[in-house]
Every structure is written in structure tokens, then in C-alpha cells.
Design a protein around this ligand. Structure first.
Ligand code: 3HC
Length: 307
């Protein structure tokens, strides 16, 4: 793997476990691109692991919203005695807002969690490739877009990798590590070690439409929406059925609301169009809900209503 031999940049705290002499090779500052639900959760979890975190979004408002939600979550965790006030303050100090990708020249590892649009991701990766040091691994948090295509926007396809986190990121243990066509073993090793340091368990996955978990999960959520559309049972009973009958922590319709119905539709549509298999067609009710701006928790209304 190409490694930087120079010294560390200023103003970085070396995380626990990283020897002074190794600083040039180790990841100790992480850049997160996109301050939405996933980006904020990833940034919080990375800061909790001791990384210095640069959290970027195009607008200051988006970054501020993320900081407000992370601060509120930390206050909740302090109240619950999960973390001391001092550790929570230290965690928050490790998070830095950013609205300029130029600042990513400092980081050793990037996790992109911007919107699920291929053209947006390719533009970001092109810019990151120019800004970041040549040995920096660029990871994308995508629900199902092609890592190979995202990597094609860079001159370092060997260092581009998929790391698929699950919502809510601070709670969910899994990260899918997805290899694009040219992803190197070095990139896999770096991504796995960063994710493990963040307290996650990883699975090693080859690139394919929706990877592993969403390939199985999304048709199940889509089927629950078909069941509702066909009037077989109420949302409450469909969810109760899967919670009590299959031991799921929440029912599929509540989970669809948590994921976001627009995201779910996008991901379901990707599976359908990539495979051409009619068994994966998105439920018409799902489309209708999205058209009505009933997007789940994020819009206050989905299959359920939220305060
Ligand atoms: N961040 C941090 N902590 C959170 C959180 C968040 N966003 N949301 C909930 N939590 C914590 C709460 O603080 C709570 O802890 P506490 O009560 O001790 O404070 C704990 O999780 C449980 O929360 P609740 O009591 O509010 O509700 P639940 O018991 O229903 O748990 C849940 C919430 C953890 C989300 C649980 O319902 C669950 O595990 N659901 C399944 C989630 C899932 O399957 N996610 C995967 C989605 S698919 C995906 O992300 C892939 C994408 O590509 C589509």
C-alpha cells in the first residue's frame, strides 16, 4: 500500500493504542462527508472511538443540525450513565465541523455518507481524490450503489471501498465491507481496522446489487408493504406478527419508517433495475407514500405518525 512517510499534521490527538512512531501510517483523523442521519451517526461513533473527526456538509445548517443531534444524544447517554460528562465533552471536542473539502487534505481515512446518488458520489470522489493524500483510503457508505463505478471517478480505485453502516449507527453492530473490482487487500485491512476500532463487527462482501443484508432485508420490507396494500392486516398487526413470530426487534413497517421510505424505494428500485427480476418490483403503495411525502420518521409521517 502507498504510505505517507512524512510527519503528522498539526492539531491532532493520537488515539489510544497508536504509537508515536507509527503516526504517519495510522489512521487517527477521519473525514466524514455528509452530515445527514448516517453521517452524523458515523461521526459520533468515530469520535467515540478516539478519532479526530472532520464532519463535512455543503451547508453550515446541515452540519449544525448534525452537531445538535449528536450533542443531544450525548446528553442522553450522560443522563443514562453510559458515559461520564468529561468523556462526553472530550468526544464532542474531537468533532470538527467543515464546509470545505480542501480540509480533507489532513485526514488519513474518509467515510463518505452523502446522498444516495451516483452522480453526487462520483463528483465527491473526484474531488476527494484530488484533495486527499495518495495513500488515504476513501470509503463510501452506500446501501447498494456500485463501489466499482464510484471508484472509477478516482485515480486510486485500489483504495476505494464500501463500508455499509446500519441505522442507527451508534447502536447497530454490523458493517458490510464491500470490495469493488479493484479494491486492494490493504484497503480492506484499513477499513476493517477502522470499523472494528469503532466497535463494529464486519462481514466481507463482494460487490453485487444491494450486497448481502439489504438484498435479503429490502424484499422483506417491500413484501410487508404489499401485504398492507392487499389489506391482509393492519400495520400494527403486520409488525406484531414479525416481532412475535420471527423475533424481530421492530416490525417491518416500523423499520421501513426508520430507514426512510424514499431511501427504501430508491434501494428497492436499484435491486429491481440491476437484476431485471420482477420479483423485486417495489410495491406501488411504497411509491405512493413517497409521492405523498410520507417518508417515515424523517417527515413525521409514514406507516405510523411521529411527534
Ligand atoms: N442513535 C443512538 N442511539 C439510539 C438511536 C440513535 N439514532 N435510536 C435509538 N437509540 C437507542 C436509544 O437511546 C435506546 O437506548 P435507551 O432507551 O437505553 O436510551 C435504545 O437505542 C433503544 O431505543 P428505543 O427504546 O427508542 O426503541 P427500541 O427498543 O425499539 O430500539 C432500535 C430502537 C435500536 C432502532 C431497535 O428498534 C432496532 O434495533 N431496530 C432495528 C434496526 C435495524 O434493523 N436497522 C437496520 C436498518 S437497514 C439499514 O440501515 C440499511 C440501509 O442501507 C437501508
Amino acid at each position: 500500500m502507498r504510505r505517507r512517510s512524512g510527519n503528522v499534521v498539526d492539531n491532532c490527538t493520537v488515539p489510544v493504542g497508536v504509537e508515536e512512531g507509527e503516526r504517519g501510517m495510522e489512521v487517527y483523523q477521519v473525514g466524514v462527508v455528509g452530515a445527514g442521519t448516517m453521517g452524523a451517526g458515523i461521526a459520533q461513533t468515530a469520535a467515540a472511538a478516539g478519532y479526530q473527526v472532520l464532519l463535512y456538509d455543503v451547508s453550515e445548517e446541515a452540519v449544525e443540525r448534525a452537531f445538535t443531534s449528536i450533542t443531544a444524544r450525548m446528553a442522553h447517554d450522560v443522563r443514562k450513565d453510559r458515559i461520564s460528562q468529561a468523556d462526553s465533552d472530550a468526544l464532542l471536542r474531537r468533532l470538527k465541523p467543515s464546509t470545505s473539502l480542501a480540509e480533507f487534505a489532513r485526514v488519513q481515512y474518509v467515510i463518505e455518507a452523502a446522498t444516495e446518488k451516483m452522480d453526487v458520489k462520483k463528483l465527491l470522489f473526484r474531488e476527494l481524490d484530488q484533495v486527499c493524500r495518495p495513500e488515504t483510503v476513501l470509503a463510501t457508505n452506500t446501501s447498494g450503489l456500485s463501489i466499482t463505478e464510484i471508484a472509477s471517478a478516482t485515480e486510486r480505485p485500489d483504495l476505494v471501498i464500501g463500508t455499509h453502516f446500519f441505522n442507527p449507527v451508534p447502536v447497530m453492530k454490523l458493517v458490510e465491507i464491500i470490495r469493488g473490482q479493484d479494491t486492494s487487500e490493504d484497503a480492506v485491512e484499513v477499513a476493517m481496522s477502522v470499523c472494528e476500532r469503532m466497535g463494529k463487527d464486519c462481514i466481507d462482501v463482494k460487490e453485487a446489487p444491494l450486497f448481502v443484508v439489504n438484498r435479503i432485508l429490502v424484499p422483506m420490507l417491500n413484501e410487508a408493504i404489499f401485504v398492507l396494500q392487499e389489506g391482509l392486516a393492519s400495520p400494527e398487526d403486520i409488525d406484531k406478527g414479525m416481532m412475535l413470530g420471527a423475533n424481530h426487534p421492530i416490525g417491518p413497517l416500523a423499520l421501513a419508517d426508520l430507514v426512510g421510505l424514499d431511501t427504501l424505494l430508491f434501494v428497492a428500485q436499484t435491486l429491481f433495475s440491476e437484476t431485471g427480476d420482477p420479483k423485486y418490483r417495489p410495491a406501488p403503495l411504497l411509491r405512493q407514500m413517497v409521492r405523498a411525502n410520507k417518508l417515515g420518521r424523517k417527515s413525521g409521517r409514514g406507516f405510523y405518525s411521529y411527534e
